[in-house]
Design a protein around this ligand. Structure first.
Ligand SMILES: NC(=O)c1ccc[n+]([C@@H]2O[C@H](COP(=O)([O-])OP(=O)(O)OC[C@H]3O[C@@H](n4cnc5c(N)ncnc54)[C@H](O)[C@@H]3O)[C@@H](O)[C@H]2O)c1
Length: 354
């Protein structure tokens, strides 16, 4: 089986090099069987009839209409954790940048570069950029997933977010942007926090009610707000340190994401396995090492399996239903994989081996 794939954004060569000669690159989205993407917005793009899967080299999938794709049988993958260390390091840098006005200090040096006596005037000016150390301060981490866990080693252990709000000098947010989390850092949450708290947001700007944040910066409740998401509300505002979305911008993170995205795509196209999908249940039976494997994605409604087995039976294909030894072990894994599939109105992926 040969596949055509397209890349909607640059994908690191170290990942694409893992596609062998069964994979041919195309620039035509409409004819692609497989799509690799980073941040390109796919909402308005009409998927072609061939499209089987999309692999997002990164964590967030809000640029992909994955719920719609699920209905069309298109499996969407992401690469959880592959860029987590890149983001963790940016968070640590953000805490340091916010503790002293390092950015303001560097800007002062640039603005005064023509001053022949800058060494002396810096000694007078530097007071304005002084701050505090991070040693001994409490760090609260909201969201203990791939990124949050890496940041959490230095954190206090709190039972819930309210405890974090009340206890911590630094708060860093690592939850996904969901209906339940959007705007969670609002006036009410900010009011619970210690005066002078530093807040780091390398997750998504929608998690913070940014007008409330500006008011808290103005009143001195919040000392600095570091965001990795430039927008018109925060860019250039007093107390905001806004970074141009550099969280995952490291060579290592881009390579890790590309390698993982290609591995997931190949495992699905070649073996029918679904690992790290955001719109289909996990289902993995290891490599397909027999003549072939049929992976069927279908809506979980009555009488579907019967129709598939009739088609296979009419084609003279026997469905292995008994025996001992390796076949039995494969069936056991089959049923375990199917057990992971959510029942009731969802989507099922029923690998069927002729
Ligand atoms: N700045 C960047 O370039 C960059 C790069 C990668 C990921 N991200 C963002 O970072 C965030 C975290 O990514 P991740 O890979 O660690 O995700 P993840 O799915 O591994 O972890 C998210 C965690 O948040 C927890 N969570 C969800 N809702 C919560 C709530 N209301 N309160 C407390 N915890 C809650 C989940 O249980 C999970 O443990 C996401 O918003 C992602 O989009 C940003």
């Amino acid at each position: 089986m040969n596949y055509k794939y397209t890349c909607l954004n640059p994908i690191a060569a170290v990942g694409l090099n893992n596609l062998d000669d069964r994979y041919a690159r195309t620039e035509d989205f409409a004819s692609a069987d497989a799509v690799f993407v980073r941040s390109a917005k796919m909402d308005e793009m009409v998927p072609g009839a061939n499209l089987l899967a999309v692999a997002r080299a990164g964590a967030g999938v809000n640029n992909i209409p994955h719920a719609e794709y699920a209905k069309k049988g298109i499996v969407v993958f992401n690469t959880p954790g592959a860029n987590a260390n890149g983001v963790k390091e940016l968070v640590i840098a953000a805490m340091l940048l916010a503790s002293r006005d390092i950015v303001g200090g560097i800007e002062w040096v640039k603005a005064n570069a023509a001053d022949a006596a800058i060494n002396k005037s810096a000694e007078k000016a530097k007071k304005a950029f002084a701050g505090t150390e991070i040693q001994g301060k409490k760090l609260g981490v909201i969201g203990l997933g791939a990124i949050g866990q890496k940041v959490a080693n230095a954190a206090v252990h709190c039972k819930n977010v309210e405890d974090i709000y009340r206890a911590c000098d630094f708060i860093t947010i690592h939850v996904p942007a969901l209906d339940s989390t959007k705007g969670m850092i609002n006036a009410e949450a900010l009011a619970m926090m210690k005066t002078g708290v530093i807040i780091v947001n390398a997750a998504r700007d929608a998690l913070v009610n940014e007008p409330d944040m500006l008011a808290a910066l103005e009143s001195g409740k919040v000392r600095k707000y570091v965001s990795d998401f430039p927008n018109a509300t925060t860019a250039g505002k007093k107390g905001c340190i806004v970074i141009p979305h550099l969280g995952a911008s490291t060579e290592e993170a881009e390579d890790n994401c590309a390698v993982m995205a290609v591995k997931e795509m190949r495992d699905y196209l070649e073996n029918g396995n679904i690992v790290n999908s955001v719109n289909y249940p996990a289902c993995s039976l290891g490599p397909a090492n027999k003549a072939g494997r049929v992976a069927i994605c279908h809506k979980n409604v009555a009488n579907m399996i019967g129709q598939f087995t009739s088609i296979l039976g009419n084609a003279g294909v026997n469905i292995d239903g008994g025996g001992r030894g390796p076949a039995q072990e494969e069936r056991r894994r089959d049923s375990r994989a199917r057990d992971q599939v959510k029942e009731g109105g969802g989507w099922r992926h029923s690998p069927t081996r002729p």
